[in-house]
Write a protein that binds this ligand. Structure first.
Ligand code: UD1
Ligand code: CA
Length: 457
């Protein structure tokens, strides 16, 4: 029987280099707070316990951890000090404890698992995930001798030889739960930054006669986020992963580098996505649906065999059933389109309900806002709305009704009715030539008057 894993997420650091009022770990990647990625990857290990270490008053961060408990690190005195704050919550836990950083959201579950397994196999008291850094300057260096991890030295405390070591600390550490209290308790702040370094646990474990190991991984996973530029780089890396996963799951992307996904975007199989499409949070797309170029889609469940775009915008609270067509320059907001409904060109459908098989003509506007409140437009099945119609909500158009083009519809239209909401056309036979002659004479007279005025000057 494997002993259960506990995870401690350190998320109390100041993050001053972000230059933000928002705590660093709440900055978003793929439309989800950074720390939520860390949590999701840790939760995949099915740990018995996850504890967040947060700064005093950081209610937003504590909320991001929910339903997991958090403890407060009263002062930011270093990573060792932060981990110590979680000891109370770890009481009675004697399995491995993974300590991870809230600002390193790209660390995969597979790497966490690999570290725990390696520690177990080696009987190590402490294990860390390391990587060979292109530029190791910002990192703690892993000093390995004869295959044993001897110590970790932070850049500032390293001597000239240690500084040449490129093998760097990711920050992810696995500590034997039976030793964690004594190891963390022994950490002192006798270093350049006067901080309590978690990394000292390595040296302390060895002084207690126990083993420490380093497990190597890929640098791309271990980049911490300390600035907005690093946030943007992490976003790119995460998008690459999400695109790769979508394609592996059966999604075709014509130009994957221009498709922006959210961590929670879900696809069926044989979905096709054109270039320059953005998926905001809360989107699921059914099988055989095609999303053409330049669409912006958020908060919608899209069915199977749907056609969207190019240049369509779907906003939150919408629902698009199987076989619907949403064409170019069509905007949906909190709108439900039932099976097979179509809005192929230039329309705004807000707070609307479009019945199955109904056709919405080009230039249709659901007039949902009167300056004070929003109102709904409810359209039944098999309705035809002629082009350039304004549907002034609140409004109901019954099943099978027909609204003629250019109508401003202010009264409910019963099922099967034909509604005209426009002035009647007047046609005068043969009168076009007379009108043209009149307009021509008027223009000539105006030109003549202008010429006389300028001649007098
Ligand atoms: C840390 C490691 C370094 C490693 C690097 C990887 C230490 C001493 N150094 O350095 O070896 O190469 O990460 O990115 O561990 N935090 C708290 N409370 C604190 C201080 C930090 O909760 O008092 C949290 C931060 O929110 C952050 C994490 O711990 O999530 C790391 O802190 P940070 O100050 O960024 O450490 P680094 O200097 O990057
Ligand atoms: Ca960092």
């Amino acid at each position: 029987m494997k002993s259960p894993i506990a995870v401690v997420v350190l998320a109390a650091g100041a993050g001053t280099r972000m230059k933000s009022r928002l705590p660093k770990v709440l900055h978003r990647l793929a439309n989800r707070p950074m720390v939520a990625h860390v949590l999701a990857n840790a939760e995949a290990l099915k740990p018995s316990l996850v504890v967040g270490v947060v700064a005093p008053g950081a209610t937003g961060v504590a909320e991001a951890f929910a339903p997991h408990p958090t403890v407060v690190q009263t002062k930011p005195l270093g990573t060792g000090h932060a981990a110590r704050a979680a000891l109370g919550a770890l009481k009675g836990h004697d399995g491995p404890v993974l300590v991870v950083f809230g600002d390193a959201p790209l660390v995969t579950t597979a790497s966490l698992r690999k570290l725990v397994a390696a520690c177990r196999k080696a009987g190590a008291a402490v294990g860390v995930l390391g990587f060979v850094a292109r530029d190791p300057t910002p990192y703690g260096r892993l000093i390995v001798q004869d295959g044993e991890l001897v110590k970790i030295v932070e850049s500032r405390d390293a001597d000239a030889t240690e500084r040449t070591v490129a093998f760097s600390n990711s920050g992810v550490m696995c500590i034997d739960g039976r030793l964690i209290a004594s190891l963390l308790g022994a950490i002192r702040n006798d270093n350049a930054k006067r901080e309590f370094y978690l990394t000292d646990a390595v040296r302390l474990a060895r002084e207690a006669g126990r083993r420490a190991i380093a497990v190597a991984g890929d640098e791309a996973e271990f980049q911490g986020i300390n600035s907005r530029a690093e946030l943007a780089a992490a976003e790119q890396a995460l998008q690459q992963r999400l695109r790769a996963a979508a394609m592996a799951g059966g999604v075709t992307m014509t130009d994957p580098g221009t498709v922006w996904l959210s961590a929670d975007t879900k696809f069926g199989t044989d979905v096709t996505i054109g270039p320059n499409v953005r998926f905001g949070p809360g989107v699921s797309v059914g099988s055989d649906t095609v999303i053409n170029a330049f669409c912006d889609i958020e908060g919608v469940r899209i069915g199977r065999g749907v056609l969207v775009g190019p240049f369509a915008r779907i906003r939150p609270g919408s629902e698009v059933a199987d076989g619907v067509h949403i064409g170019n320059f069509v905007e949906l907001k909190a709108t439900r389109m039932a099976k097979g409904a179509k809005a192929n060109h230039l329309a705004y459908l807000g707070d609307s309900d479009i019945g199955a098989g109904s056709n919405i003509g080009a230039g249709t506007i659901a007039v949902n806002y009167d300056g004070y409140g929003k109102h709904r437009t409810i359209i039944g099945a098999d309705v035809f709305i002629g082009s350039n119609s304004s549907l002034v909500a609140p409004l109901k158009v019954g099943r099978g009704a027909n609204v003629t083009a250019g109508s401003v519809v202010t009264e409910d239209v019963p099922a099967g009715a034909l509604a005209f909401g426009r002035a009647r056309q007047v046609t005068k036979k043969g009168r076009a030539a007379a009108l043209r002659a009149k307009l021509k004479d008027r223009a000539a007279a105006l030109r003549k008057a202008a010429a006389e005025r300028s001649g007098k000057k």
